[in-house]
Design a protein around this ligand. Structure first.
Ligand SMILES: C[S@@+](CC[C@H](N)C(=O)[O-])C[C@H]1O[C@@H](n2cnc3c(N)ncnc32)[C@H](O)[C@@H]1O
Length: 177
């Protein structure tokens, strides 16, 4: 967030985070007077203005939810993004190839999800791929960088400028603009 504000002065940032500890930690990384508003809340308990945001960053967030939870969070994010807006995601993933890399990832994921499920009440106990839910709202994958032997993905998704409107029935009158 500090790098974003350094490179793009004038940017205003809203942070939605239910944990007071995480908010305090994040505040400590920012200079005094940074144009950042912290909302201590779960995302689903907020009502972001529709199409109000140029950019949403959801790092290690969607992997906290099962597929139904991901669909709910992605619907909120999609509604908040302006057409042409960008969604950045960093998440764990199961490496698409490599027996050793997959075994390592499976072991790490099993340990992390068991720990966080029991210790923090994380609502899911396994990793779910958010791509189907992102594609279902017609977000488009622009760039994906995979690192750490396939275990981490960093994505850039874009909301289309204009969603296709249904074409008029053949011979019918087009709907008013
Ligand atoms: C793994 S941490 C990632 C934190 C941070 N984004 C980062 O990259 O370091 C997941 C974060 O999601 C937050 N979180 C969990 N459920 C949430 C919800 N329903 N709405 C908003 N934030 C939530 C947790 O409090 C936690 O801070």
């Amino acid at each position: 967030m500090g790098a974003l504000l350094d490179r793009h002065p004038g940017t205003r940032v809203d942070v939605v985070e239910p944990s007071a500890g995480m908010i305090a930690r994040s505040r400590r990384t920012l200079p005094g007077g940074a144009p950042v508003t912290f909302h201590r809340s779960r995302l689903e308990d907020t009502a972001p203005d529709p199409e109000a945001y140029d950019l949403v960053a959801a790092h290690f967030f969607l992997d906290c939810f099962d597929p139904a939870g991901q669909r709910g969070q992605i619907a909120i994010i999609d509604r908040a993004l302006r057409p042409g807006g960008t969604l950045l995601i960093a998440d764990f993933q199961m490496p698409p190839s490599g027996a050793l890399a997959r075994l390592r990832a499976r072991t790490l994921l099993w340990t992390m999800y068991r720990f966080f499920h029991l210790a923090t009440g994380l609502e899911t106990d396994r990793l779910s791929d958010p791509d189907p839910a992102l594609e279902a709202v017609h977000l488009q994958l622009v760039k994906r960088q995979v690192t750490n032997a396939g275990f981490l993905r960093s994505d850039m998704w874009q909301k289309p400028e204009a969603r296709a409107s249904p074409s008029p029935p053949e011979g019918g009158t087009p709907p008013p603009p």
